[in-house]
Each structure stands twice: as structure tokens, then as C-alpha cells.
Design a protein around this ligand. Structure first.
Ligand SMILES: Cc1cc2nc3c(=O)[nH]c(=O)nc-3n(C[C@H](O)[C@H](O)[C@H](O)COP(=O)(O)OP(=O)(O)OC[C@H]3O[C@@H](n4cnc5c(N)ncnc54)[C@H](O)[C@@H]3O)c2cc1C
Length: 290
């Protein structure tokens, strides 16, 4: 049963921030409601005031420029999935969105809402970490910028202070010879990940050496995480199958998975062992063609 609340539908970011400043911690932001309404129906969240930002069209955009890609926080998953520029220049983002939930949920849910929900099994965070994305957050005192990998603090807890809104996701233009890949293992098609892996590989010019690598894992720790020890196994070397296998085994040691109805802790570690080499190999193949 959802508790009564007062609903505001600001038309500008300025208006939304003023409402959040006025009502403080009695107030909750809602965008597509695809995650929040479930918590409200379960009685886990019951704000007195709701600031509905779905109508903030000024935060719904995809802009590609020399510095990279900018996605407004209220952009829906479906818009990201269908964007021609994303398909061409950041295909891993479109591929990830295509596997997130159903079309109905993607039509209404937003990429910003997903990140702010802080579900460790969410699809966008590992991909955005692999792409080295940053977030812009706005509040009454101005804006600040946070790398995506630092935004999630714990299960369903993110680095947003009272009165703050996520406004934009920025993805830097990928360096030359960079490839990125993502997959999730899930039991039911379009469900959340049991474990997920995103990997990005940048090759040196002509020598085929791994100049840079970013490996991000989802659903195997309280937040999406970077497997930095696994990255060290590969960085500065020519990637071989043996090194990939080693990186997978090291990545599994960097996780803190839970056991639940979908998988045991051990099974999730095994998934990481298998999916890290697979996705890094795919990222490598894409880097060779980039
Ligand atoms: C059936 C179903 C299947 C799903 N499957 C998947 C899946 O496979 N993979 C996956 O990743 N997700 C999945 N989800 C989750 C869901 O799609 C996303 O989490 C959703 O898109 C969140 O966006 P929203 O706009 O609906 O956010 P809301 O539900 O409106 O808000 C979510 C949270 O973020 C906060 N918030 C929203 N926008 C902002 C903002 N701009 N600034 C600050 N705080 C904000 C809200 O206060 C709330 O705490 C599924 C959901 C459903 C219902």
C-alpha cells in the first residue's frame, strides 16, 4: 500500500532544486518510477513529498562532441538503445540497454534513475565504469563531478546529498584502438544480472600491446566494482589466452558475492572467472578493428 504524498512536477531544473532544498529529507525524487514505485509499494520508502522530474525535458538529451558523449539524466533506456550516434560510436551502451528489462520498462525508466537507484546488479554501471564515465550532480550550492566508479557507496546507496540531483553522464571519447564489451548472466531473459562483466581494452600503436584495460563487475559485490588486480595482469602485455584465464581467476578473488535464490556465492565467482576472459577477449577483438 503506497502512503499518501504531495506530488510536484517542476518544469525546470531550477524549480526542481528549489523544491528539493525546501522539503529536505521528507522529499524523494521520482523519474520513471520503475525502481522507486516497487520500493514504495513494499512500504520500504514513504516520502511526504515527491519531486517528479520526468517532465524535465532539459535533462533529456544525447549530445556527441569532441570531448565525448553527454547523456542527460532523464534520458530513457530506450532512447539510449536506439540512438544512431551511440550505436555507431559507443555500441556497447546500446547492446547493454537492449538486454535491460523489457521494452515497456526501457520506454519509461531512465539511465539516470538506474544509476541513482544503486542496485549492484544494474546493467549501466559496469559499462559506464569500463567507459570511464563521470557524473554531474547539481544542488543548491552548485554542481560537482564524480567518476561513476565512486558514485555507488553500498547496496542501494549512492553519493547523493539531500537536495542533489544527477543531471548528466559524460563518457570521454575513446582513445584510438579501443574496444569495449559487456555481458550479463541472467536466469530469465530481460531480468537483472546474476553476474555481469564489462571490459575495455586500448592497444598501443602497431605493437599489439595492451596499453590500458578497465574491467568492471556487476552483481558480485555491494556495488559495481573495478577488478583492478585483474587489470594489472593484462596491462602493458600482449594479451594471450593464458593471461586472460589468469585475469579471470584474479578478478574472482576481488569479488564479495552473496548467495541468493538465483546463485550461490561460489557460482557467482565461477561466472566471473569465465566471463572476464570472454569479455576481455571480445573487447580486444573490437580494439583490433577500431
Ligand atoms: C520488470 C523490471 C525489470 C527490470 N530489469 C532490469 C534489468 O534487467 N537491468 C537493470 O539494470 N535494471 C532493471 N530494472 C530496473 C529499472 O529499469 C531501472 O532501475 C530504472 O530504469 C530506473 O529509472 P527510473 O527513471 O524509473 O527511476 P525511478 O524509479 O524513478 O528512481 C530510482 C531511484 O533513483 C532516484 N532518482 C531518479 N532519477 C534521479 C536523478 N536524476 N537524480 C537523483 N535521483 C534520482 C529516485 O529517487 C530513486 O531513489 C527493471 C525494472 C523492472 C520494473
Amino acid at each position: 500500500m503506497i502512503k499518501d504524498f504531495e506530488h510536484f512536477a517542476p518544469k525546470t531544473l531550477e524549480e526542481a532544486l528549489a523544491l528539493l532544498a525546501k522539503y529536505g529529507d521528507d522529499c524523494k525524487v521520482i523519474c520513471g518510477g520503475q525502481s522507486l514505485l516497487i520500493l514504495m509499494r513494499q512500504g520500504l520508502v514513504g516520502p511526504k513529498y515527491m519531486v517528479d522530474i520526468k517532465g524535465l525535458t532539459e535533462l533529456s538529451y544525447i549530445k556527441d562532441g569532441k570531448d565525448g558523449l553527454k547523456i542527460g539524466a532523464t534520458t530513457t533506456h530506450r532512447t539510449v538503445e536506439k540512438s544512431a550516434v551511440i550505436k555507431r560510436k559507443y555500441p556497447v551502451l546500446a547492446e547493454m540497454e537492449k538486454r535491460l528489462a523489457s521494452i515497456q520498462t526501457r520506454n519509461w525508466g531512465t539511465i539516470g534513475g538506474n544509476i541513482c537507484h544503486g542496485d549492484p546488479a544494474g546493467d549501466p554501471a559496469p559499462v559506464l565504469i569500463a567507459l570511464n564515465a563521470t557524473l554531474t550532480v547539481a544542488g543548491a550550492k552548485g554542481t560537482r563531478s564524480i567518476p561513476v566508479e565512486k558514485f555507488s557507496l553500498d547496496y542501494f546507496e549512492v553519493d547523493l546529498k539531500d537536495g542533489e540531483l544527477l543531471t548528466e553522464i559524460t563518457i570521454p571519447a575513446p582513445p584510438p584502438r579501443t574496444g569495449t564489451a559487456y555481458t550479463k548472466f541472467n536466469v530469465i531473459e530481460s531480468d537483472l544480472a546474476t553476474a555481469s562483466v564489462a571490459a575495455s581494452v586500448t592497444l598501443g600503436s602497431g605493437d599489439g600491446v595492451c596499453q590500458d584495460v578497465r574491467i568492471a563487475l556487476g552483481a558480485v559485490a555491494p556495488t559495481a566494482i573495478r577488478a583492478k588486480k585483474a587489470e594489472k595482469v593484462l596491462k602493458g602485455k600482449k594479451i594471450t589466452d593464458a593471461l586472460l584465464e589468469q585475469a579471470g581467476a584474479v578478478a574472482a578473488t576481488e569479488t564479495e558475492p552473496i548467495s541468493d535464490i538465483y546463485a550461490s556465492e561460489e557460482y557467482r565467482r565461477e561466472l566471473v572467472k569465465v566471463l572476464v576472459p570472454r569479455m576481455t577477449k571480445e573487447a580486444l577483438a573490437r580494439a583490433k578493428k577500431a
